[in-house]
Design a protein around this ligand. Sequence first.
Ligand SMILES: *[C@@H]1O[C@H](CO)[C@@H](O)[C@H](O)[C@H]1NC(C)=O
Ligand SMILES: *[C@@H]1O[C@H](CO)[C@@H](O)[C@H](O)[C@H]1NC(C)=O
Ligand SMILES: *[C@@H]1O[C@H](CO)[C@@H](O)[C@H](O)[C@H]1NC(C)=O
Length: 451
Amino acid sequence: MFALVPPTLLLAASLVNGQTTASTAAGGAASSVTTAPAAAGTTVATGAADAGAGTWGPAITNAPTGAPSYYSYGTPNPQAPGVLAKFPNGPTNPERPGFYPIGAQVNQTSLSRLLSLNGVDDFCMYGPMEPGPDSLIGNVEPSVVAYCTQPRNGARLIPDGTIHSAHVIKTPLYVQIHGFWDGTRINIPAGDTGGELDPHGEKNEGNPIGGNVTTNLATGQDTFYEEWMSFVSFDQFCLRICTAGTDKVNSGLQCEHKLDIMGCRFVMAIPDLYSTNGTFTFCEGEPAAPPGLYPLPNGDFSTFRQRWTDKNNPPQYTVGDLVTPGAPAYWPKTSNCQTFSSISNGIDPANFLVKSAPTVHVSGSGSAAAVTGLATTTPATVTTPSSVIATGKPTDAAASSGASGASGASGANTASRAGESAGASSKPSGAGAVAPISALVVLVAAAAALF
Ligand SMILES: *[C@@H]1O[C@H](CO)[C@@H](O)[C@H](O)[C@H]1NC(C)=O
Ligand SMILES: *[C@@H]1O[C@H](CO)[C@@H](O)[C@H](O)[C@H]1NC(C)=O
Ligand SMILES: *[C@@H]1O[C@H](CO)[C@@H](O)[C@H](O)[C@H]1NC(C)=O
């Protein structure tokens, strides 16, 4: 996975990572600098809470394919309590998901935190607001912002070439996506093993605060859902949105968000993760068992909960299990897979102008079509090329490139309330972790810009 990074940079990256990881501990999530994918077939260490954070998670042993015959997840109910979002949308998000109008300039300093997952080439993930070594996901979880593969949601754009693979699975209880990417293109520091994002967070306001999600895959309509979870790191991403509950499994369980060091493969039950780089698929599938739950023949579950000690808020307490299971209950079966050769938005990252209607793959049909019915705006006048890779101090960069953005870009679809900007979410959350900017760090940032 480091194929493109020269060895000197690798060293630099791990130094930077090691330096800032020490301060990450204050954020609660234990982490260590392990990026190697776990080899299948090894057993898992005990004491999971200190075993290393990130998208890769611990080593995973084999699991059976397909749910055991005695497991019934119940009858999916899209109206079950806790499925549809009931509370307000985040203050920096547009009212509803939608594409930028034709002629607009994608706002690469947007604070929109609205993710959508509509297909293999139409989805969003969270990434840091600013580039730089302090933007380790573990430091900036409350303030990450949305980056989308298409110009949508008033959010920032994921430049073409960033996504190396993407695999969408639609099940009766959730939709999910996983893939590999060059996360440095959306401000994730090189080598950052990443972290977990979800709608809860310390104050139950979400991580990020004001983060919200939609998908149209369950109902055919853009729908806001309450429960979701996502892992992002410099080389990998995954997101699950829970779209139905049952009498047996509610959407909170199916989108369990407290297994934040277990990684994409375990939590999202991805059997073939290590061989999925370079490919793009859309599949249907049976639901996985809720993360950490193991169906028993008597209809109950046995439960694994990640061990965690609260070191920040006295009185300290510890919850969870000492032994980490080697695998999820089973690898869910998939069916009706469509394969796509690549994904692209065609937008020039020199100016981020939306010159024509986006073309998106129509999920399930295997073909691509231009989005119709989009508004058109007076073509934006680009005075300064906007870029996700800023130099100098993060706050200055955001302020200045925001100010230089083209005013013509503010179409009906963009984040019209972005100016309100949630105070809490824009405060630098890693303030205690500011490391001196050394030549080494600059080197890494510059290298990140190249890849
Ligand atoms: C996935 O493939 C891309 C393109 O070959 C490569 O640059 C990247 O390092 C790979 N990612 C991983 C995690 O192996
Ligand atoms: C937005 O996210 C918050 C925090 O998770 C949630 O309570 C609220 O219901 C969500 N609103 C929408 C419209 O999705
Ligand atoms: C881009 O987003 C930032 C942050 O919300 C905002 O201040 C700025 O006005 C936006 N730019 C445009 C052109 O809409």
